[in-house]
Design a protein around this ligand. Sequence first.
Ligand SMILES: [Zn+2]
Length: 245
Amino acid sequence: MDDRCPLCNSKKETINHLFFRCGFSTWVWRSILWRYGSRRKLKKTIQDEEEWLRIHCRSKSQSSTAMKIAFASAIYRLWRERNLRIFEKKSNHKTRILRFILHDVLSRVNSLTLWDSNEVHKVAVANHFGYKLSVKEKELQFCCWLQPELGEFKLNTDASLVDEGGGIGGILRNKDGEIIHVFSENNDGDEIFALEIQAICEGVAVAKSLGLTSLWIEANSSFAVNSFNKRYLPLWKKIPSIQRA
Ligand SMILES: [Zn+2]
């Protein structure tokens, strides 16, 4: 059998080449990502792409759902195209494959809710995909900083991610709310979860260097908090200077 990739007729066909490295497939993926307003680099393996989706499209929002459908559809459509070329000696142009994928997405998700009419990014996504748009008022959520118990210190951390890179930051305060230490750093990471964890680690390292023996940590990523509580806490208990995380 000819082991060349039927999509480009030049490279050896492997799973990762066929779906993610072939010029034909990468054009399709980039066109999808572009429609989502994303300039991120395409991952090199199917596992890495799945991992990206798991982290970035966890919510049940219409745009996350649309991205997941686009992913599944692209895999299916590329595989179908490959079989069509091998077994039926027919072919479709890459623009046609893209149209099939966009149709798959649109036929399952046909409305998109905007929380704010200034969400330019979502308007662009909606226009590219032909979504119907509806605008809802964003509900205000009130929150306050709670004093740590006597003698304790509190660390609040956060992380953010934009196309150009990420950033982490944190603030360490005593029971009176007085600032002991603040930090903020740019970071070239591209995974929000890793950045959230890094922000917590950075704050804990500072607390440790200051000789603090008890620390209350607050972070707004439930994913990061749960990971710490379930996975890392047993390890941290072994470090004598940090009794509670
Ligand atoms: Zn190829």
